[in-house]
Design a protein around this ligand. Structure first.
Ligand SMILES: NC(=O)c1ccc[n+]([C@@H]2O[C@H](COP(=O)([O-])OP(=O)(O)OC[C@H]3O[C@@H](n4cnc5c(N)ncnc54)[C@H](OP(=O)(O)O)[C@@H]3O)[C@@H](O)[C@H]2O)c1
Length: 245
């Protein structure tokens, strides 16, 4: 897919990795970007990156009415970047762990599912396009300090594989991005080496242009996936082959 000819929609675009996607897409010469955040007032700095090419939209991905309204406004999208996500604190056995897990699942899994459902017909009409889902290394192996977050991202990983298979017929490329620790507000308390958000964005744009399905944008991610990737891809392709032709 050619980035310069694309029109993108980025959720959670007001900071962190979302904002880095906007910077990288503008740098790459994209035609237009819809940038979304729950409070559109927080998008001023992002729109200022290139005011003639960036349109701000208020969007909570957990609100189906807002998701449908955003899709109505953005009928020319060819690249959907599902970046919005949340990470709660505490393990599986704290007093609020069920509420935390529901919040993470509602945002990370069901919110992304709503976005994919709303934009799939738009991408089809516009020639197929690309969907990017922000996963994590914790999608594949539970990281117990973020147990319920890991579970929500494991669900999103599975959704990503399913959407890839179901949308293949309409020519939509579905990409999963699996970062290790990235230097954003979300990982503030994580005492590990972190890469800059722009590294995640640049690696994703490379994958979009090269037609790759998965992105391992940092050394932690690359080392986790080095031994896992081959058998997982074989099984994913085998299960995708069960869909009726
Ligand atoms: N940082 C890491 O180490 C890391 C590693 C792997 C994967 N990731 C993933 O990368 C993505 C971006 O994370 P980040 O590190 O950039 O975190 P961040 O700085 O906390 O940004 C999260 C973004 O998601 C938005 N958001 C949260 N709930 C939302 C909702 N219901 N509807 C719409 N937007 C919502 C936030 O907007 P508000 O201002 O409205 O809260 C914010 O823009 C997430 O999916 C995260 O899981 C991060």
């Amino acid at each position: 897919m050619n980035i310069q000819e694309s029109v993108a929609f980025v959720t959670g675009a007001n900071r962190g990795i979302g904002k880095a996607y906007v910077e990288a897409l503008i740098q790459a010469g994209i035609r237009r970007i819809y940038v979304a955040a729950r409070n559109a007032d927080t998008l001023g700095d992002v729109v200022a990156i290139s005011p003639d090419r960036i349109i701000a939209i208020a969007l909570d991905v957990t609100d189906p009415d807002q998701v449908n309204a955003a899709a109505q406004m953005a009928q020319d999208v060819t690249l959907l970047i599902n970046n919005a996500g949340v990470l709660g604190s505490g393990g599986l056995f704290t007093p609020k762990s069920v509420e935390t897990a529901q919040w993470e699942m509602n945002t990370n899994y069901f919110g992304t599912l709503s976005m994919v459902r709303a934009f799939a017909p738009i991408l089809k009409r516009n020639g197929g396009g690309t969907i990017v889902n922000l996963l994590t290394i914790a999608s594949v192996v539970n990281v117990p300090v973020f147990s319920s977050y890991s579970a929500s991202k494991a669900a999103l990983y599975s959704l990503t594989q399913g959407a890839r298979a179901e949308l293949a017929a309409q020519g939509t490329q579905v990409i999963g991005v699996f970062p290790g620790p990235v230097d954003t507000a979300m990982s503030e308390g994580v005492p590990l080496d972190k890469v800059a958000p722009i590294e995640v964005a640049k690696a994703t744009l490379h994958a979009i242009e090269q037609g790759l399905e998965e992105v391992y944008p940092d050394p932690v991610s690359q080392s986790v996936f080095a031994n896992l990737q081959a058998p997982l891809k074989d099984i994913e392709r085998q299960f995708a082959g069960m869909l009726p032709q």
